[in-house]
Design a protein around this ligand. Structure first.
Ligand code: ATP
Ligand code: MG
Ligand code: MG
Length: 355
């Protein structure tokens, strides 16, 4: 049985392992800090569940393997400076930006990017960590620890956030899931809805953008593109060269999940356009203790990652799927009673979309 080694051993690696079973592929997530080097042999594949990793004996070993997929892409995507440069070079719409150099002044950023500017760390940010708002009307200066370590982005007055998850195989064939509508709160994904007919007309544009990005990198596997919708325009926020939280609904709502699709692509098995079943909603479980009663709700799949509970931490997700929106809404009503007060806005948002 071939082995796919995954750099990183979080929930994405675990869900890749789960998806590998019907393909009889052995998936082995590897913790970067682990003492023991993985025993990778000729013919094995190495993939990642994260675009960035610490320099350790394990990560050095894994990234030097012949079977390490997409080796060149991570440097281009994991550093926002290079990612934004790549998008500009490809002529793909992205939020206007500037590099924050050691001598960059807030004044010049505001002159070029407007009164509200979002600083983002070049590397390592996730779930909105590694961001800092710079407001002209508050006279903010660039904090010294941001000098030389970040980029600055124009604030995009977006209507909403959409993402596209796609996959590409080694022959350049590409498949895409329908656009997903995402709700973030304080930079962290709270909920996703897909499919959504009112955004279907944006699908061809989104596919051609992500297709161009994957082709230009000769990319193999699943990639996610996070976008802002501004009117009829899509503006790329960021890329993730891996399976993505906004694609978790595909576990319940597509004939091939994003996890299986990624494995198919990196193992040179056929990828196919995923038939989408019914209506899907995904609710992220953030900083909340597990509740056994979640398991009783009809039309749901519950994923609990087994991590220590901490405020603001992604601990699990619940997929709700049914052919009828009304049944999805019934499940949401049940779940609403079992999640804390701060989720009310999330459920209200989903309810409005499903009407
Ligand atoms: P992720 O967990 O998705 O990797 P991240 O920490 O890498 O998150 P971003 O995706 O860049 O961060 O930003 C997080 C959220 O912050 C976005 O989903 C969006 O809601 C908001 N945001 C980011 N950039 C901008 C912008 N230029 N203008 C307005 N809002 C923004
Ligand atoms: Mg990110
Ligand atoms: Mg993001």
């Amino acid at each position: 049985m071939p082995t796919v080694w995954v750099l990183g051993a979080g929930q994405l690696g675990a869900m890749l392992k789960q998806a590998a079973y019907p393909l009889a592929i052995n998936v082995e997530p590897v913790e970067p800090e682990s003492e023991q080097l993985p025993n990778i042999i000729d013919g094995d594949t190495v993939t990642v569940e994260r675009e960035q990793w610490p320099d350790t004996p394990v990560t050095r070993h894994m990234s030097q393997q012949r079977g390490f997929m997409n080796a060149d892409i991570f440097g281009k995507i994991a550093d926002r400076f290079h990612q934004k440069t790549m998008l500009d070079t490809l002529g793909i719409n992205t939020a206007p930006w500037r590099s924050v150099e050691v001598n960059t002044k807030a004044e010049s950023l505001h002159a070029e990017l407007g009164p509200d500017v979002l600083l983002k760390r070049r590397e390592g940010g996730y779930d909105g960590k590694g961001q800092y708002w710079l407001y002209e009307d508050q006279g903010d200066e660039v904090p010294t620890d941001w000098l030389g370590t970040g980029i600055a982005e124009k604030k995009i007055p977006f209507n909403e956030e959409l993402s596209l998850v796609g996959a590409r195989d080694k022959d350049g064939n590409k498949v895409f899931y329908p656009l997903t509508l995402n709700l973030h709160s304080n930079g962290i994904l709270m909920a996703s809805i897909s499919p959504l007919s009112r955004v279907a007309h944006l699908q061809p544009m989104a596919e051609s953008m992500l297709g161009k990005i994957m082709d230009s990198a000769n990319y193999i596997g699943v990639m996610a593109m996070e976008c802002f919708r501004v009117g009829e325009q899509l503006i790329v926020n960021e890329l993730a060269p891996r399976v993505h939280n906004s694609g978790h609904w595909t576990q319940a709502g597509a004939c091939v999940s994003q996890f299986e699709m990624h494995l198919r692509a990196v193992c040179d098995l056929p990828i196919k356009a995923p038939e989408v079943r019914g209506q899907s909603v995904m609710i992220n479980i953030i900083g909340v203790e597990r509740e056994i009663a979640w398991l009783k709700i009809p039309s749901t799949q519950c994923y609990w990652y087994g991590k220590d509970v901490r405020p603001g931490r992604k601990l699990g997700h619940i997929n709700i799927n049914h052919p009828q929106k009304s049944a999805v809404q019934t499940a949401l009503n049940e779940l609403r009673k079992l999640l804390p007060e701060n989720y009310q806005d999330v459920f209200n948002w989903v309810e409005k979309e499903l009407k």
